[in-house]
Design a protein. Structure first.
Length: 187
């Protein structure tokens, strides 16, 4: 019930902002990123990757915002595949909003956040000469919130590089440092 009320409140807030804002909507950029991912204990640090896209901008009282979405994936495997091996992984699907701190320079810092869904899974496989091979897996989908800070900079007229730090709260809390590039499709 709390999720339904929260989702309804967010949708109403977005429609309210839309009525007061100058909005440009359309596919503005698409790109990919690579990150150093630090999940909460007991999972060790690993490398993640993903794709993202920006869908437009809006201005409210001369404040400049960008909105888009990303998909992120990371995985960590432990153990010996000939005895016991455990793999943890997470796939995150989330829209985001960036507040652009400086819109009049090539170097554009931003802060933002969003909410979405994370699909977490754990797979355990073991091999025993007496029992044979056995495996167990579990997965769940969780609602997540995240905050981020970063900066983007034009590399060429059609490419934009970015780096950001992101902290995600959900079933598994994750801190990540990401770098990537976006191909600009239109301004």
């Amino acid at each position: 019930m709390k999720r339904i009320v929260l989702t309804a409140a967010i949708v109403i807030a977005l429609f309210s902002v839309n009525a007061m804002a100058q909005v440009t909507f359309g596919l503005k950029s698409a790109g990919a990123h690579l990150g150093f991912v630090m999940p909460e204990d007991p999972i060790d640090n690993t490398i993640g990757f993903g794709i993202q896209s920006e869908f437009g901008t809006f201005k409210v009282n001369n404040l400049d915002f960008t909105f888009g979405a990303f998909i992120n994936y990371w995985s960590k495997t432990y153990g010996d595949p000939t005895i016991v091996e455990t793999t943890y992984s997470e796939t995150t699907f989330a829209p985001f909003v960036h507040y652009n701190l400086s819109a009049n320079s090539k170097f554009q810092p931003y802060v933002g956040g969003g909410f979405g869904f994370a699909r977490n899974s754990a797979d355990i496989s073991s091999k025993n000469i007496y029992l044979g091979a056995t495996s167990y897996s579990t997965s769940d989908t969780d609602f997540i919130f995240f905050g981020l800070a970063g900066a983007k900079m034009a590399i060429s007229p059609t490419l934009e590089g970015f780096s950001e730090v992101r902290y995600q709260m959900g079933d598994i809390d994750v801190f990540s440092i990401n770098v990537g590039v976006n191909y600009l499709l239109g301004k």
